[in-house]
Design a protein around this ligand. Structure first.
Ligand code: KG4
Ligand code: ZN
Length: 346
């Protein structure tokens, strides 16, 4: 049978996560469990993720989370005996956290004689949409999170072409850093969006990055500097602050739109798909302004806008299980398969 069941583990940043994902014979993907422990309150006081605290927290929680994820899957009739493989994030990420998850996965796989698949964290994000949507290859992906800001052409499992990336901060990082300058809480993205609701987005003129560059790269450092300067010199009242938040949000959204527009043109030149998917993943996809503008852009360029549910947009283990599963399915079908493949990518 082609049915496959994989335990996934994610621990590369500030979320410890374990999941069981099954792909049925007919290709239907089912998330049997996806449990997450967010460390956000542990890092909030520092205004960002502290690697040492993150690594220790992963150690403290990972076994309980695994027990919970396995229990939830068992409640749906799938036990540890039904697992075909274990997948864990092997990088990139904070090394202390990666090592916790990967070592835990190695031990688990060894104890149950299961193959272990190391998964590239970004590949997890790239494929996460397939947990819930039957998106066909190739598709265009905009990955916008706290750690990443990339445009990728996703041609197949393990076949990705990077069209653009950030030359400094990630989009979420820009939201977080500017929010911090303005005295908003951590994580800054949601806080800044809330403030922006009552602000005037046309109040402050902010620089447009990389204007005239004919690639799909991003840059947010100029915006960050300009916002900090305005915050210091012109923000006196709550209304000023709301106006700056709205202006910043509009500037970030505009850059995402401009670069995605270019990527869409390139993608259409390279592929002859009728109506390709434009998938937006990562925490910033939660931003309503960003979402609305990217949806309009996709319509304009003949793409279908697809955003995974938020639970699979932000860091989670279901996407790691699925990426591992899709690789394992290919490996298992190969003639030289020896049942114990370990891939290391970062
Ligand atoms: O994907 P994610 O959970 O973690 C990473 O892998 O980085 O993304 C978190 C990022 C943070 O930078 C956060 O500020 C941003 O996504 N974010 C938002 C919103 N919600 C989360 N940014 C803007 N508006 C939001 N509503
Ligand atoms: Zn991530």
């Amino acid at each position: 049978a082609n049915s496959l069941c994989v335990l996934g583990i994610e621990s590369s940043c500030d979320e410890t996560a374990v999941s069981v994902v099954r792909r049925a014979d007919d290709g239907t993907v089912e998330v049997l469990s996806s449990v997450i422990h967010s460390q956000v309150v542990q890092h909030a006081a520092y205004g960002g993720v502290v690697p040492e605290i993150a690594a220790r927290s992963h150690v403290e929680t990972i076994d309980d989370l695994a027990r919970l994820a396995l229990q939830q899957a068992a409640d749906k009739g799938v036990t540890a005996d039904d697992l075909d493989a274990v997948a864990a994030t092997a990088g990139p990420g904070l090394i202390g956290g990666v090592m916790v998850g990967l070592s835990f996965a190695k031990g688990f796989a060894l104890s149950r004689s299961l193959p272990l698949i190391g998964v590239n964290h970004l590949e997890g994000h790239a494929l996460s949409v397939r947990l819930t949507h039957d998106v066909k290859f190739p598709f265009l992906l905009l990955l916008v999170s706290g750690g990443h800001c990339q445009l990728l052409s996703v041609k197949g499992v393990g076949d990705y072409e990077r069209l653009g990336t950030t030359i400094d901060d990630a989009a979420g990082e820009a939201f977080d850093k500017i929010a911090k300058t303005l005295g908003l809480g951590y994580p800054g993205g949601p806080a800044l969006e809330r403030e922006a609701k009552t602000g005037d987005a046309t109040r402050f003129a902010l620089p447009r990055a990389l204007l005239g560059r004919k690639d799909c790269d991003f840059s947010f450092s100029g915006l960050k500097t300009a916002a900090a300067k305005i915050a210091m010199e012109q923000v006196k009242t709550p209304q000023d602050r709301a106006d700056l938040c709205a202006s910043v949000q509009a500037a970030i959204a505009r850059q995402l739109v401009e670069r995605s527009a270019r990527a869409m043109v390139d993608f259409k030149e390279a592929n002859t798909v009728e109506k390709p998917a434009f998938v937006v993943a990562g925490g910033v996809a939660a931003n309503q302004t960003v979402r609305r503008e990217l949806t309009a852009l996709a319509d304009k360029h003949g793409f279908e806008f697809v955003a995974p549910p938020l639970a699979y947009c932000t860091d989670n283990a279901a996407m790691i299980a699925l990426a591992g599963l899709e690789h394992f399915a290919e490996k298992r079908a190969a003639p030289d398969f020896d049942g114990d493949e370990f891939r290391r990518e970062s």
